[in-house]
Design a protein around this ligand. Sequence first.
Ligand code: K2U
Ligand code: ZN
Length: 167
Amino acid sequence: MSIRTILHYPDPRLRCVAAPIAQVDDAVRRLVDDMAETMYQAPGIGLAAIQVNEARRIIVIDISETRDQLQVFINPEIFYRAGEQEREEGCLSVPGVYGSVLRADRIRVRALNRDGQAFEIEAEGLLATCIQHEIDHLDGKVFVDYLSRLKQSRIRKKFEKQQRLAM
Ligand code: K2U
Ligand code: ZN
């Protein structure tokens, strides 16, 4: 397993739409394991493959306090949404930026697991927020897109200045 570099906003590669996984093979499992290691090291409670420059429909999540309950979603699809919840979000690709985002409070998701087996779960609260946040990433969306235009402009300018200074 290896730690992967996490892309930072406004990197245009974060805007790619990820491709579905045709076959869950050993290469996919290696990527899943690298994503999990990268997420735990960051640390974060979720990570989408696009954030490590892999435009493939894979997300990993662990919202447990003990940090030992990894959830893997390959080709995740939300097929039911209910309710609303507004929650403070952050993102490993937009470090140091937080903002409130309104999302569905309860969702039902179908996906493939690390062995390629199909499963469905119902999620609510923080897990529902995290799954929606990560699936957004697979569709080229970043949580700052839900913030005001003024906030988005300030965030973009901040990161573009940081990138110039880092050169
Ligand atoms: O996609 C990512 O960058 C991972 C996020 C996932 C996440 C964001 C907002 C709400 C829930 C999950 C990171 O884990 S960012 C760290 C974090 C965790 C909880 C709340 C805010 C920020
Ligand atoms: Zn994120």
